[in-house]
Ligand binder design. Structure first.
Ligand SMILES: NC(=O)c1ccc[n+]([C@@H]2O[C@H](COP(=O)([O-])OP(=O)(O)OC[C@H]3O[C@@H](n4cnc5c(N)ncnc54)[C@H](OP(=O)(O)O)[C@@H]3O)[C@@H](O)[C@H]2O)c1
Length: 78
């Protein structure tokens, strides 16, 4: 993670408002952590933004599971 950039972690990013939020934040130069509860859906959707030249990074997140939130927090801190 680039420590000099603002970082935004977006939940439910594989579709809908989450997906478009990732696109808009990445276009502003913010480091976007693109998350979804289903890794295959999330990585496929993040790939669409990579094709647009937007450097989002993917990490799984299920907001109903505490350990999943902890894993994401550790990832963002690194
Ligand atoms: N669209 C609107 O006009 C509008 C207006 C006002 C408010 N909202 C609210 O804004 C939110 C998003 O709307 P949307 O239209 O983008 O909804 P959506 O297309 O149904 O997308 C919802 C997203 O949340 C994810 N999600 C569900 N449970 C999750 C969990 N436990 N952990 C992580 N991610 C989870 C879904 O993942 P899966 O694909 O795995 O299910 C999906 O990516 C909703 O709460 C909606 O009620 C929407």
């Amino acid at each position: 993670m680039n420590a000099s950039k603002k970082v935004a972690a977006v939940t439910g990013a594989n579709r809908g408002l989450g997906f478009e939020t990732c696109r808009q934040l990445a276009r502003l130069g913010i480091q976007v952590v693109f998350t979804s509860r289903d890794p295959s859906k999330g990585q496929a959707a993040a790939g669409k933004l990579h094709e647009e030249g937007l450097p989002v990074v993917y990490h799984p997140l299920d907001v109903t599971r505490f350990e999943s939130i902890e894993h994401l927090a550790q990832f963002v801190r690194c």
